[in-house]
Design a protein around this ligand. Structure first.
Ligand SMILES: Cc1ncc(COP(=O)(O)O)c(C=O)c1O
Length: 388
């Protein structure tokens, strides 16, 4: 059976060939731990992989870290990054503002903190999944210790007015944390120009790296104000029994995912060569073709905005009248080999906002390597299944 991958919002696939090649080279040729050897050539190579990943992330996301790459923390994914930032900064008695379009990687740490005396204000986004900066501004009138906002919804692709939100935060002196899981490598974003306290990214989506990689681009003062919540060996200052306060070691206890970061380095080189504008243009073209086809299917209700109406990325979630999205996704996969993702996408609040809780929706997300022919095949397969 033909196989069509339409789940790039979950993780991009395939990756550029250089990525698995780099992982393989590390596993079979290099392989040493970082800062935990005798400074052999292989030990230095491992350190270099991490240093290079920091430099490249700093260069892609701009900012303070560009001048000082130690202010890039490497993590295992954006969930890890968000936990480091949120739990590292927020204390009982603080007030945090966030939005109703967040992924559970933001919502769950905040709900946990709420049980420990933290006030959490959720700004309701529109039915199409957009946060109104005016509402944000009103919510931030009260004392706000931290704001956490995702740049783009993983459910319906809505891109938030992050520049306006950042301006409000800058004026009021509110540290702003942005979840760039869906936009890293796709939309340009510059942490220092926006004055972000922390930009959190994951390596395996738009950055085309392996799973198990991610990071944080910090504003130095904000990193200094956060406490690490994972502590342990750093390969440095081994005489000390407490966690070093120096960056990047402060937030990087334990052996790093070196095979993963080898792959991420190669992926970031590929992005640099290809250009994020070219990547986005290709994906938008595919998205437009998919959207047009989906809208031509009788009884199909698309979530979020239509193209051209408001900024969005090609992440399309929908329901079809009279069909259960889970069963539909299963049939689409079993009968036509098309892989998407049904359900709630780890984002119950976003689905409540879009009016699709608890049933969820079927999400299809083409990627850079999707072909036009695959889009057409997907549309015709959905049309055929929907009419049954
Ligand atoms: C907006 C958003 N935030 C957070 C995440 C969590 O990503 P990860 O599983 O890589 O930590 C995702 C992944 O779907 C996402 O789309």
């Amino acid at each position: 059976m033909r196989k069509v991958y339409m789940n790039n919002a979950a993780t991009t696939w395939p990756k550029p060939q250089e990525v698995p090649d780099a992982v393989y080279a590390f596993m079979t040729r290099d392989g040493a731990n970082a800062s935990r050897g005798s400074a052999s050539e292989r030990d230095i190579k491992s350190l270099d992989i991490l240093f290079t990943a920091r430099m490249k992330a700093a260069s892609l996301f701009g900012g303070y870290a560009k001048a000082n790459p130690k202010y890039v923390t490497l993590t295992s994914n954006v969930t890890h990054s968000l936990n480091v930032v949120i739990k590292g900064f927020v204390k009982s008695g603080m007030r945090v503002v966030t939005t109703s379009m967040e992924h559970n990687s933001v919502v769950r740490p905040l709900r946990e903190l709420q049980q420990n005396g933290v006030a959490v204000e959720v700004i309701q986004a529109s039915l199409r999944g957009y946060v109104d900066p005016k509402k944000f501004s009103e919510a931030a009138l009260e004392r706000t210790d931290l704001a956490v906002v995702s740049h783009c919804s993983n459910v319906c692709g809505s891109v938030q007015p992050i520049e306006e939100i950042a301006e409000i935060c800058a004026k009021r002196g509110i540290p702003l944390v942005v979840d760039c899981a869906q936009t890293g490598g796709v939309l340009p974003i510059n942490a220092s120009e926006l004055g972000l306290a922390a930009l959190c990214f994951t390596g395996h989506k738009g950055l085309f790296g392996p799973q198990g990689t991610g990071g944080i681009v910090w504003k130095p003062e904000f990193a200094d104000a956060c406490s690490p919540f994972i502590v342990g060996g750093t390969g440095s200052l081994s005489h000390e029994e407490t966690q070093p306060d120096v960056m990047p070691d402060k937030f990087e206890a334990g052996t790093m995912n070196l095979p993963g970061f080898s792959g991420l380095d190669a992926a970031l080189d590929w992005i640099d060569r290809t250009g994020i504008d070219a990547i986005r243009e290709r994906e938008e073209k595919l998205g437009a073709r998919l959207e047009e086809g989906l809208l031509s299917i009788k009884g199909l209700r698309l979530l979020g905005s239509a193209r051209g109406e408001a900024p969005r990325l090609p992440v399309y979630a929908f329901n079809i009248d009279g069909k259960d999205n889970g069963e539909f996704a299963n049939d689409l996969s079993m009968t036509y080999g098309i892989e998407g993702r049904p359900g709630l996408h780890c984002s119950p609040l976003a689905h409540r906002t879009l009016g699709t809780f608890p049933e969820g929706a079927l999400r299809l997300s083409p990627g850079y390597y999707t072909t036009e022919d695959e889009i057409d095949y997907t549309i015709e397969s959905i049309r055929a299944l929907a009419s049954k």
